[in-house]
Write a protein that binds this ligand. Structure first.
Ligand code: GRF
Length: 187
């Protein structure tokens, strides 16, 4: 039986995209990268790994509904069943949420509900917590509010800088995302 098809949405560096592409025995096939930033580093990674891309700029469309419908057309064309957000810096709107109900997953670098939104690692660092982490959750209409699927804690050490903390968190992200996807997809 062929694996279910998935798309990754990203706006930045794409280290999680790369981790999913390189994961051994991922339970799905990544057939598309959707990116809203034409200069994003993740696009170079997609080229390296021969993953087709759909690149758009929100400003070229009259509304979120219109560009999300365009994305849905691309996803349908490639028979995509699952959507994995990996540093996608846009709020998913009702059009996309309805079309892929229960099939859109996000990774967030904190132990939600702590530190939602932008710069979660900086927020945790500034708050001087002793522990933060990584959360994988279903996407709903809020910002980092959907039902949690998995979490892993990451310690914050006294001599950490924001950069060393970020590296520790990303290492966990790169393991937890493929592992969670495989559990979710039942393999
Ligand atoms: C990750 O920390 C992820 O949790 C957050 O955005 C970051 C993306 O990093 N949503 P990368 O582009 O995958 O390196």
């Amino acid at each position: 039986m062929s694996k279910p098809k998935a798309a990754v949405f990203a706006s930045g560096t794409g280290s999680n995209f790369e981790a999913l592409i390189k994961a051994e025995k991922l339970a799905c096939e990544i057939v598309l990268l959707v990116c809203d930033k034409p200069q994003a580093k993740v696009l170079e990674k997609a080229e390296t790994f021969h993953v087709p891309t759909f690149v758009f700029q929100a400003k070229d469309y009259p509304s979120k509904d219109v560009y999300e419908q365009k994305i849905i057309d691309q996803l349908r064309e490639k028979d995509v069943e699952w959507v994995f957000l990996a540093g996608y810096m846009r709020i998913v709107g009702p059009v996309l949420l309805r079309a892929f109900e229960g099939k859109i997953i996000n990774i967030h670098p904190s132990l939600l509900p702590a530190f939602p939104g932008k710069d979660a690692i900086g927020q945790a660092f500034e708050s001087k917590v002793q522990e933060t982490g990584v959360t994988i959750h279903y996407v709903d209409e809020g910002i980092d509010t959907g039902p949690i699927i998995s979490q892993e804690a990451v310690p914050v050490y006294e001599n950490d800088t924001k950069e060393t903390l970020q590296q520790r968190i990303q290492k966990v992200e790169h393991q937890l995302y493929p592992k969670t996807i495989n559990t979710l997809l039942g393999s």
